[in-house]
Design a protein around this ligand. Sequence first.
Ligand code: SAM
Length: 265
Amino acid sequence: MTRPGLLTEEKEDLKDFWSRYLDYFEMINDSRLYRDFLRAGIRSLEIRPGAKILDAGCGFAYWSFSLIDWLSRNDPQALGTISITAFDYVEKVLRTAQEKFSFISAERLKQRSPQFRVVLGDANTELKALEDRYYDIIGANLLLPYVKDPLASLKKMAEKLKPGGQIVVTSLIPNPRLIIVVLAYVWERLWNKKGWGEIKHNLPKGWQLYKEANKIKELTKSGVFKYFSKPELKELLSSAGLERVTVRSALAGQGLIAIGQKPEH
Ligand SMILES: C[S@@+](CC[C@H](N)C(=O)[O-])C[C@H]1O[C@@H](n2cnc3c(N)ncnc32)[C@H](O)[C@@H]1O
């Protein structure tokens, strides 16, 4: 299916859309429900010392930071030995990802800091800037629903995996009820007794996020974006030649996490 490069009436490029959307998306990353979603996939991976990791469609690289956080709690010795490459097709978000990493590295990780680099790359194309059969692990968190041809992109990413390497792919379910994620965010704040102060402070951002999320909904309705059901996601990974595919429900039933492995031979 060919998808238009422009957003309907507003004639806005998708890259501009993402560049703006991610500023609001920061709020979602602040919710425990969403952080658990990231961690749930990471926990199931086999991250060995020296692992080479690719964060595909990284945005501000929250998936990478979640992986770093998980390792710093569970295998701190391995942390300084791994290397992470994060790519996205929006240049601006890569700069922010790099800045965020530098901050975390200097403040928290210090001598245990992994290597981290950002690369401009479009999952709709050949991804020539990335090495073939090089990565032990690829994370594609909420990327495939937004590319032109998810199977073609997944196959290209699978080429970057070493034999035996693992890929974790996530999606929302078709017609997700995002209000559940929003309510979880509000509830968490109230429960933590951060109270209305923080909620009120974040209201304008929250409203913008809601409006942007509605655009995603429209683009999904018109077939530009596509969320997957469990069987569809399983089929997608199997069709890309991946083995031992598992798919499970997460994000209070509104998201899916799929893991597959590249055959050894
Ligand atoms: C919903 S955001 C998820 C960001 C990030 N993975 C995270 O977990 O925070 C979708 C991301 O995919 C990126 N993206 C969309 N289409 C892309 C493509 N064809 N190639 C590379 N990145 C793409 C967007 O720029 C955006 O950063």
